[in-house]
Design a protein around this ligand. Structure first.
Ligand code: C5P
Length: 233
């Protein structure tokens, strides 16, 4: 799998998103992430429209429901021709297997399927006291990633700092998709555990997900190019 930079298009509507993507015409078409806000606001047509412009799409909807419901929802998402989708590993191995089945098209092709292990917004204290998980955060992440691998998924979303842990538990070919990226000379915003694109590469991330360092930059194309130079080339 080739390393790539995914731009998190965390915009509220179609117009803002498309005018942002217009800036990249004439450049390499970025791989983009569409999350809940844009998908629920603009509907599935936004996926078709961005796809028709030639972008690869990570549809970040983090499904978590009973296996049959997830399977049927994944069938719909697969028909949208996205390139990557995700589920919560907490939904169980049976749910992840059902997701994979729903995603697989009649010709055997399918989008990449990755799992969220524990959200980076969940602290170790909350893991123990609210989710009643007795294991440590690292053991939980490694075990959830191993469940995802057992179910046949392609990888997980995690902090770049957890990439080595996940690859140790699941193998080097198991993909890590990592947000929490900031340039060395930039603000952290609300992210806590951050690394630079260059460090994420050293830590063996396969994809970095970058939002505000690109979307809020004075020159988004230049910021995207900087990510490519640090992470891909
Ligand atoms: O703007 P920023 O670079 O912080 O955006 C990161 C993107 O990755 C956002 O869309 C955020 O929701 C997503 N994300 C994250 N941490 C996770 C999972 C997803 O920051 N653990």
């Amino acid at each position: 799998m080739n390393r790539d930079v995914i731009i998190a298009c965390d915009f509220p509507d179609r117009e803002t998103t498309l005018s942002f993507l217009d800036r990249f015409s004439g450049h390499r078409k970025p791989f983009v992430k569409i999350g809940m806000e844009l998908f629920y606001g603009a509907g599935p047509d936004i996926v078709r429209e961005i796809k028709a412009r030639g972008h690869r799409i990570f549809l970040d909807l983090k499904l978590h429901d009973i296996p049959n419901t997830v399977k049927k929802a994944m069938r719909v998402l697969s028909a949208l021709d996205v390139d990557m989708v995700n589920v919560h590993a907490a939904g169980t191995v049976a749910m992840m297997e059902a997701a994979l089945e729903g995603l697989t098209r009649p010709d055997g092709s399918r989008p990449l399927l990755i799992a969220v292990t524990q959200l980076t917004s969940t602290s170790e204290e909350v893991l123990h006291q609210q989710l009643l998980v007795g294991a440590s955060m690292n053991d939980t992440i490694a075990a959830y990633a191993a469940n995802a691998r057992r179910a046949g998924l392609d990888g997980v979303v995690c902090s770049p700092l957890e990439s080595t842990l996940v690859k140790g538990a699941c193998g080097q070919d198991f993909l890590t998709v990592t947000p929490g990226i900031r340039f060395a000379d930039a603000a952290a915003d609300d992210q806590v555990r951050i690394t630079t694109p260059a460090r994420a590469r050293e830590l063996c991330s396969d994809f970095i997900v970058v939002g505000r360092p690109i979307t809020a930059a004075a020159d988004p194309c230049a910021a995207y190019q900087r990510c490519l130079e640090e992470f891909v080339q």
